[in-house]
Design a protein. Structure first.
Length: 203
């Protein structure tokens, strides 16, 4: 039993060390030997847990999806009593809380950089950060439209319009990381986007 716990512990250390190194140096620049050294194990021992570096990246991607499903996507479940404003507040708060955790921000940065090199990562980002939340938003908007709380329009198109700002914000933050670019208008622009959206679409 103790051996199993030690193996799990080492596996978790490998994942955490890989996240730190991939985020700092980039996936391609990091070697398995460096990850092993960071963990404090022999280089050969790392292969007891993962077949290679890509397997580590794929596991990081999978775990990120698990965390999203546990901590973010429940907020996208539509409840009648929320209304448009309540739905926007709870989904925005869930995303902000999630990405305010450094490890989640680091993983997001790693995945964005690797999306054009790893098909698993690319499909994950497409599904989990674009399609899945957009579908949930559209479902909510459709219900609100049917209840007479939003203007009667194409719910998927309206969902795309609302969601597009946050995808843009996510990519801009990732691309400007480490460049010393700090926007003093970021919070204002987000709040203004939400205000104008509610003003234009809510009834």
């Amino acid at each position: 039993m103790e051996k199993k716990q030690t193996q799990m512990s080492n596996r978790e250390k490998i994942i955490n060390s890989a996240i730190t190194l991939f985020s700092l140096k980039g996936y391609e620049a990091v070697t398995m030997r460096e990850i092993a050294a960071q963990v404090g194990i022999k280089a050969a021992s790392i292969y007891n847990h993962f077949s290679g570096k890509e397997a580590i990246l794929n596991e990081i991607t999978r775990l990120f999806g698990v965390k999203l499903n546990e901590n973010v996507y429940p907020a996208f479940d539509f409840r009648q009593e929320d209304g448009l404003v309540g739905f926007i507040e709870k989904t925005s708060d869930a995303m902000d809380c999630f990405f305010s955790q450094p490890i989640n921000a680091e993983i997001g940065d790693i995945l964005l950089k690797e999306q054009f090199h790893n098909n698993t990562v690319r499909l994950f980002l497409l599904r989990e950060l674009i399609e899945k939340p957009r579908e949930a938003i559209a479902t909510c908007f459709e219900q609100l439209m049917q209840n007479g709380q939003m203007r009667q329009l194409d719910s998927m198109l309206v969902a795309k319009e609302y969601h597009a700002f946050f995808i843009y914000e996510f990519y801009e933050n990732a691309l400007s990381k480490g460049l010393g670019i700090v926007s003093s208008r970021a919070l204002f622009e987000r709040n203004e986007h939400i205000r104008l959206f509610i003003l234009h679409y809510a009834l």
